[in-house]
Design a protein around this ligand. Structure first.
Ligand code: NAD
Ligand code: UDP
Length: 319
């Protein structure tokens, strides 16, 4: 296949480009670098199967060849208001990537009669009242909360994707991605894994927001990419959760990071940065992925963190 991947210079996009190339496909990467980094793709520059177009997906997309698949991953993805790369500081760009970017990428899929995969998110469940979250849950989202620029754009993107499927017959897929971590996460985008890992490696206290009782379920990037690739090859049109169902509180997660890195500095409690909009519990029900894709994550949290540390050490210049 010839595959267009938007958000290619980001954390997940760059791993996806690698996977598709490894599986023998040709990849056209697209990105405007608003939160991504060209260095994430530098190692692919000499690969004959890879080409790159610098472009903002909010504008009409011209692709010079007929593509067989479109994977729309372009969007800021960190909620942290303390980071210039957090979507709360890029609100209009985030809504445009999720709304106009989804419209334009669906347009490419329609023009090329290509299959389409939307990167959606666990955030469409908001601060969930159902636990764990199944794909049938409609969510609990504040439409004007600080996270709404991301949540509502992704909900619109899902609705538009289903509309193109139902009314234009486009062969679409929707992956609802839960918290994923690994090499190439942006160190300064404020998400919990890069924050905690760099604090720990510098022997600083880990910044726990709120009271730390909120939970997340962390998936190692290779597991996630494998699940997404299986979804691309499947013919499932309904949304599929991909993530690791092992749930941990942020306090327990901080303890785990300090233990693995032997950080003596402990942790410090900070106020809730998100004005009460920080989801309190998050855990995917992955029955659908297990059943339809024969997929489940295989990397335990501690092993995944160990695999991630060399990247952070190298970025921080720590031997
Ligand atoms: P990232 O910030 O590392 O990557 C996003 C990429 O999209 C960046 O390279 C950025 O420059 C690019 N981009 C943003 N707006 C663009 C635009 N208008 N035009 C072109 N490029 C644009 O984030 P990520 O973690 O790799 O997330 C990738 C996708 O996966 C996003 O759609 C995100 O919503 C989704 N997702 C990620 C997670 C996760 O845990 N990493 C969880 C849920 C959903
Ligand atoms: N968090 C934290 N300290 C940090 C960064 C994040 O305690 O330095 C918390 C954040 O409030 C949230 C969780 O960690 O409850 C996960 O945050 P992240 O930004 O990684 O993504 P989210 O899952 O909220 O989208």
């Amino acid at each position: 296949m010839i595959v267009l991947i938007t958000g290619a210079a980001g954390f997940l996009g760059s791993h996806l480009c690698e996977k598709l190339l490894k599986e023998g496909h040709q990849v056209i990467g697209m990105d405007n670098f608003i939160t991504g980094n060209p260095n994430n793709l530098a190692h692919l520059a000499s690969n004959p199967g890879f080409s790159f177009i610098r472009h903002d997906v909010a504008n009409f997309i011209f692709v010079p060849v007929k593509v067989d698949a479109v994977m729309h991953f372009a969007s800021p993805a960190s909620p942290n208001p303390a980071s210039p790369y957090g979507y709360t500081n890029l609100p209009i760009q985030t809504m445009k990537a999720g709304a106009l970017g989804t419209h334009n990428t669906l347009g490419v899929a329609k023009a090329c009669n290509a299959r389409y995969l939307l990167a959606s998110t666990s955030e469409i469940y908001g601060d969930p009242l159902e636990h764990p979250q199944r794909e049938t849950y409609w969510g609990h989202v504040d439409p004007i909360g600080v996270r709404s620029v991301y949540d509502e754009a992704k909900r619109f993107a899902e609705a538009l994707t289903m509309a193109y499927h139902r009314y234009h017959g486009i062969d679409t897929r929707i992956v609802r991605i839960f918290n994923t971590y690994g090499p190439r996460m942006r160190l300064d985008d404020g998400r919990v894994v890069p924050n905690f890992l760099q604090q720990a490696l510098k022997h600083q206290p880990l910044t726990v927001y709120g009271d730390g009782s909120q939970t997340r379920s962390f998936c190692y990037v290779d597991d996630l990419i494998d699940g997404i690739y299986r979804l691309l090859l499947s013919d499932e049109h309904n949304p599929v959760n991909i993530g690791n169902p092992v749930e941990t509180t942020i306090l327990e997660f901080a303890e785990t990071i300090n233990q693995i890195t032997k950080n003596p500095a402990g942790m410090v409690i900070k106020p809730d940065m998100q004005l009460g909009d920080d989801p309190k519990r998050r855990q995917p029900d992955i029955t659908r992925a297990r059943t339809i894709l024969d997929w489940q994550p295989i990397t335990p949290l501690k092993a995944g963190i160990q695999k991630t540390i060399p990247y952070f050490k190298s970025e921080l210049g720590i031997a």
